[in-house]
Design a protein around this ligand. Structure first.
Ligand SMILES: O=C(O)CCC(=O)C(=O)O
Ligand SMILES: [Fe+2]
Length: 287
């Protein structure tokens, strides 16, 4: 229990998020130590473990303890021997991009357009800009709890349709458009607008304007207005933690109960290079 005894937890956001120190993931955690880390993860929803030194394979091994891994469906910028690990980077080598650029610069929850979205995502900072390039996180449990009663009633039992292609070319103008085969591989899915966390039982908003095309049974424009209103509510500063990256940070977030959004930085001046893995969660449970 050496790691356990050493562990220090510092809450980083107003309602959630924590910086955890004293854990070295390069040494595989035993069952008790991992259970302790998992408890901290569920409690804070976003955790950052500083000062990690992880090869892509070690990163995938840690991720596998959070859920099942799969190869990334767009299959670009994967680590050749570890196809579950994807590179995010603006570094150009021999005139070629070495990683995905501008990924996730809108509020979203990973793989929410899939029947079985991501549970945990692990993002590992290798090279981090001296300024900018923060990742924002929104606490969807706190946001749900703070909703006015009439709004909570209004959204009870509602769902949203998630469509990978809905605003893809708007968010990724520099990428080739999704092909018909890619679209067919991820057809739209319907998920509850309020979900219950499978482990903690907490209720959370599960919605974002960039991922939800409409609300079934509601006029499309009216549904989009409600979706935008809920996102704006949930991403108010009081529910948001902004993570400033240091090399060696491993940030792990719970996609069931948080949204996140990458922010810009000066790409001419700085390199930002990260490795990421996502572990699948279950089918979202309606509240
Ligand atoms: O690069 C970031 O800050 C976050 C990108 C993102 O959305 C992700 O890795 O899931
Ligand atoms: Fe993301």
């Amino acid at each position: 229990m050496g790691d356990q005894a050493m562990r220090r937890i510092l809450q980083a956001g107003e309602t959630f998020a924590a910086i955890v120190s004293g854990v070295n993931l390069a040494h595989s955690l035993d069952a008790d130590a991992f259970a302790g880390l998992l408890e901290t993860f569920y409690r804070y929803r976003v955790i950052c473990l500083r000062g990690q030194k992880l090869s892509p394979r070690q990163l995938a091994d840690v991720a596998r303890r959070f859920g099942e891994l799969e190869d990334y469906h767009l299959a670009d910028y994967m680590i050749p021997d570890v196809p579950q690990v994807r590179v995010l980077s603006n570094e150009i080598v021999n005139g070629k991009n070495t990683g995905a650029v501008n990924a996730g610069m809108y509020w979203h929850s990973d793989l929410s357009y899939r029947p079985q979205p991501a549970g945990a995502t692990l993002l590992y900072g290798i090279t981090c800009p001296a300024e900018g390039g923060n990742t924002l996180f929104a606490d969807m449990v706190a946001a749900y709890a703070a909703l006015p009663d009439d709004m909570r009633k209004r959204i009870t039992g509602l769902a949203t349709v998630r469509d990978r292609s809905y605003r893809y070319s708007e968010f990724y103008p520099n990428r080739p458009p999704l092909t018909d085969a890619q679209k067919a591989a991820v057809p739209p899915v319907t998920h509850p607008l309020v979900r219950v966390h499978p482990v903690t039982g907490e209720k959370a908003l599960y919605v974002s304007a960039g991922s939800c095309s409409h609300i079934p049974g509601m006029d499309v424009a009216e549904g989009r207005k409600l979706i935008a209103e809920l996102e704006a509510f949930a991403t108010q500063p009081r529910f948001v933690y902004s993570h400033t990256w240091q090399p060696g940070d491993l940030v792990i977030w719970d996609n069931c109960v948080t949204l996140h959004c990458a922010t810009p930085f000066d790409m001419q001046k700085y390199i930002r290079k990260m490795h990421r893995v996502q572990a699948l969660g279950g089918t979202p449970l309606p509240a």
